[in-house]
Design a binder for this molecule. Sequence first.
Ligand code: ARG
Length: 459
Amino acid sequence: MEKLWAGRTAGTTANLVDEINSSIGVDKRLYKRDIAGSIAHAKMMARQGIVSQHEADLMIEGLEGIERDITSGDLKIDLTAEDIHMFVEQVLTERIGDTGKMLHTARSRNDQVALDTKLYCIEEAESVRALLCDLLRVLADKAEKSTGIIMPGYTHMQHAQPVSFGQHLMAYAMMCERDISRLDDCKRRMLERSPIGACALAGTTFDIDREYEAGLLGFTGIAMNSMDAVSDRDHFVELISDLAIVMMHISRLSEEIIMWATSEFGFIHLPDEYTTGSSIMPQKKNPDVAELCRGKTGRVYGDLMSLLTTLKGMPLAYNKDIQEDKEPLFDAVETVKLCVEAFIEIVDVMEVNEENMYESAKKGYINATDMADYLVVKGMPFRDAYNVSGKIVSYCLGRGCALEELPLEEFRMFSDLIEDDIYQRLDLRTCMEKRNSAGGTSPDSVKKQIEYIRNFIGK
Ligand code: ARG
């Protein structure tokens, strides 16, 4: 494709230069935002008398046609063009003649690409948000069905205290809620600052109306410094950081799902459609989806590091280095969307093996804190109660029984505060249900969390 910048130079470049310089293979997916930006630009120019209304209408009509044709497949994006901005402008000129050449007045590809990518970031922050809301919905639904399911709660990967499976799931819902609020934050900041009108780096001699153009594109304000506007990619960094945190959370749940599905745990079962087999071991049913999401977390972290490194030490204003910003951005967005979509389904379809969870919870003296709490209620100071309970645990270990299996006479060797009601108190369900403090694992508390999350999604 002919080079629109052929002026100072002949516009012929070595093949290798074209190859390294071209970004259309990557930025072609920005065509809709590019066209939306150009339409707003044409409107602004007509309003300011930089072009006539008729000229702007021609441009707008032409641009709308290009968008339609690319979307329908009638117009193929020419991959020999340098980038999507050049391609759209060139096709416009082919279609509407010289008026097309006026579109780039009072604009530069530097503010144009800053705008297109910002629009992309805003839209994608919104679409990831919507997916995270769906994930929250399935987490809350699954948790609602699981408020009464007892599982061992762990610290240090050791049995700690019995918790409800609903509580465990709602912990992930809370992470997801923070992920959403981070995205909202990032989106708000992006919407406050439209870069368009910064032009190449220094603004323009034309009487443009940046606020008007920004408003047409949904922004609430404009970037205040043109040099900053064309070289600012902070919002990429913010968005990818937010996405990296989403992946960090997904990788944690992945790890648990992988663990829970092992024969050692046997806490959950994944339906066949969500597992894969092995080419050699006929018995295998592998949790590949969770493993891949855990693995893809590394890619998104890599995207963040790649972008930060590209931006490091970059002098003002636009430098071509910055063209490298889009691959990590698109990769991070697409990877996260895929993984969140996968998790919406995985959480929904995973079948909980209530019995195995309960059997596992019975091991490891998981009710030892409750033994101590029982003694405290009977009047013993906590530190003494802790010691006595520790002694009872080690006595039971030696005897080879669980706390709740110890006969009352033997309990009373340790403290005569212990009475027959100890057995009810040590029951795992009692242990779970009595943790009714705000945010605790009791079914009532989990229900409150579910209600909170449902309200949050509803807003
Ligand atoms: N393809 C370029 C990018 O993605 C567009 C801006 C080009 N600007 C320039 N001065 N060569 O960054």
